[in-house]
Write a protein that binds this ligand. Structure first.
Ligand SMILES: Nc1ncnc2c1ncn2[C@@H]1O[C@H](COP(=O)(O)OP(=O)(O)OP(=O)(O)O)[C@@H](O)[C@H]1O
Ligand SMILES: [Mg+2]
Length: 320
């Protein structure tokens, strides 16, 4: 079935045999489950930053030496849920293979009893050993919660250990070759010390996808599904303010509807524009509550312009 009906969209010329443009038929070479940066829709600013700070210097050691660029640094991604923070980290992992380590709170809690600081240290030691390497701290708010707020002294030690590791002072070689990527949707709960220069010194806001990004996210989530000439333009218009996760959900629900029909009628049918628009109507953008909470922080706790980009976005959207 999949071979018979490659992804097809209304706005592009049909190649011979209805197989879609050649560029999109490279699925055979993909490792199962591996996501690449090209699969991430939108997020241009984040991609650009990763490229400039780490990926390009990593791939070009001679240029790095020429320009005296160090291969270390940190980037904190924040924004509403479902907009691709974890997803883009998976894509960086897909690009780097073994040189990518993920640290999540569950890892640390797993190793809880007395040993968590040592374990954080071990993770960073591994990263330094296999540099160039990216360490990804997902849900940083849980791991690096403001020390004043964490009454549990064990967790406070974990934050302190994290600070030590980010500074690289614990090890002779320092953190050359180690890039730290972190994500959170409550940056205001992250210890400010983690955001000082040399640590996670850059912060980027990851917003819900604009029209062009929505189109590419929809293409990605429909790429291996049997679809009838889908009017992407219409679908993009109908999904304003949707997050990437919402869009993935629209595609999933439309597929579910077509599957159920096919199972009931005994004859396989393709996913239609109507299925997708119907699914989109059922879903409310899931980012609204986040913006409602973020609005207060941006207005009343924007110390040092930390949330200027958030304010600018809210103004653009007339939500202030
Ligand atoms: N830019 C994107 N391109 C393609 N798919 C996306 C994109 N953003 C989100 N998605 C889809 O939505 C899912 C959820 O996104 P992800 O887990 O990255 O959100 P998040 O920003 O980490 O949210 P949270 O803040 O809740 O952790 C992804 O697994 C992916 O299927
Ligand atoms: Mg996430």
């Amino acid at each position: 079935m999949r071979d018979l009906v490659g992804p097809r969209f209304l706005d592009e010329p049909q190649a011979e045999g209805g197989r879609g443009p050649p560029g999109r038929r490279r699925l055979g070479r993909r490792r199962p489950g591996a996501v690449r940066l090209a699969d991430v829709g939108g997020m241009e600013e984040v991609k650009e930053r990763l490229e400039a700070a780490f990926l390009a210097p990593m791939r070009n050691p001679e240029l790095r030496r020429l320009y005296g660029k160090s291969l270390r640094g940190g980037l904190l991604l924040y924004g509403p849920p479902g907009c691709g923070k974890t997803f883009i980290a998976r894509a960086v992992a897909g690009e780097l293979g073994a040189n990518f380590l993920t640290v999540s709170l569950s890892d640390v809690l797993d190793m809880w009893i007395g040993a968590s600081e040592k374990n954080i240290h071990d993770i960073f030691e591994t990263a330094r050993r296999q540099a160039p390497c990216v360490v990804f701290l997902d849900e940083l708010d849980a791991l690096g919660a403001k020390r004043s707020r964490t009454h549990h002294s064990g967790l406070r030690n974990v934050v302190n250990q994290l600070l030590t590791e980010l500074d690289g002072i614990a090890s002779g070689a320092g953190n050359e070759g180690v890039f730290v990527l972190a994500a959170t949707n409550v940056p205001w709960d992250v210890d400010i010390a983690l955001r000082r220069p040399g640590r996670l010194d850059r912060t980027l806001l990851v917003l819900p996808p604009d029209a062009a990004a929505r189109e590419s996210i929809l293409r990605y989530h429909l790429r291996e599904r049997p679809i009838e000439a889908v009017d992407l333009g219409k679908l993009v218009k109908a999904t304003e303010d949707f997050s990437g996760a919402d869009l993935a959900h629209v595609c999933e629900s439309a597929a579910e509807a077509a599957l159920l029909d096919s199972a009931r009628s005994g004859s396989v049918r393709l996913i239609t524009t109507k299925d997708l628009l119907g699914a989109a109507r059922q879903i409310k953008p899931s980012t609204e509550p986040w913006f409602a909470a973020a609005r207060n922080v941006a207005m009343f706790a924007n110390e040092g312009g930390l949330y200027d980009d958030l304010l600018a976005h809210l103004k653009r959207k007339r939500k202030l």
